[in-house]
Write a protein that binds this ligand. Structure first.
Ligand code: 5GP
Length: 216
């Protein structure tokens, strides 16, 4: 009997999974749980000029930098996208993302609609975008207040901005209404798992099928 040839795992190209939502819709919790459950998924840690909140860790949640350093990175073309949100500058460093994609790892982005538009222009084939909506305005406000990390005027400004941000839902590939966090995480995982199977992302398929055919 011929010796069975066990094929290598099929090589794939990583994808860029973008999550956007108005603040308070639950996107950060969904991101955290996705990262815990998906070993092949890594977070793109953004840079920002916003002051650090008490529970945040530099280099983990964001890299907190000054405006001069931010401008230097923009000028050096070190960012994949960047935008101003609530008066602070945010941006996605380029280097770690392209390396991860080439190694077949997926990258999660917690960025706003402006950044998503820029990534759509630059990397449509690698991009999978998901918009997270709150179940109601009252619930959105309740979550923003429960978070209690921001002063009152910031909460009010974020509520006012939410309607604006939500107008961009139709620019996204998928929409999740976050009524229940566990259901939403499971839905995001379904999106990720299905998108990984897209034929163009499975770059090792040609070799795999050749081995299959040679064995028959
Ligand atoms: P926060 O200050 O509450 O962490 O984030 C405010 C908003 O900025 C959120 O909508 C978040 O998704 C967005 N954001 C965070 N990092 C980036 C980034 O690197 N680029 C862009 N375009 N938006 C970002």
């Amino acid at each position: 009997m011929a010796e069975e040839k066990i094929p290598e795992p099929i090589k794939r190209r990583g994808l860029m999974l973008v999550l956007s939502s108005p603040s308070g819709a639950g996107k950060t919790t969904i991101s955290r749980k996705l990262l815990e459950r998906e070993a092949d998924l890594m977070l793109s840690v953004s840079i920002t000029t916003r002051p650090k909140r008490p529970k945040e860790r530099d280099g983990v949640d964001y890299r907190f930098i000054g405006q001069a350093d931010f401008d230097r990175m923009v000028q050096g073309d070190e960012l994949l996208e960047h935008a101003t949100v609530f008066g602070n500058a945010y941006g996605t460093p380029r280097a770690s993302v392209s390396q991860a994609l080439d190694q077949g790892r997926d990258v999660l982005f917690d960025i706003d609609w402006q950044g998503t538009q820029q990534l759509t222009e630059k990397a449509r084939d690698d991009l999978v975008s998901v918009f997270v909506l709150p179940p109601s305005t009252a619930e959105l406000e309740r979550r923003l207040r429960a978070r209690a990390q921001d002063p009152e005027d910031v909460v009010r400004a974020r509520m006012a901005k939410a309607a604006d941000e939500m107008s961009h839902w139709a620019e996204y590939d998928y929409v999740i209404v976050n009524t229940d966090i566990e259901t939403s995480v499971a839905e995001a995982q379904k999106v990720l798992h299905a998108e990984r199977l897209k034929r163009p992302r499975q770059v090792g398929l040609r070799d795999f099928v050749e081995v299959l055919r040679a064995g028959s």
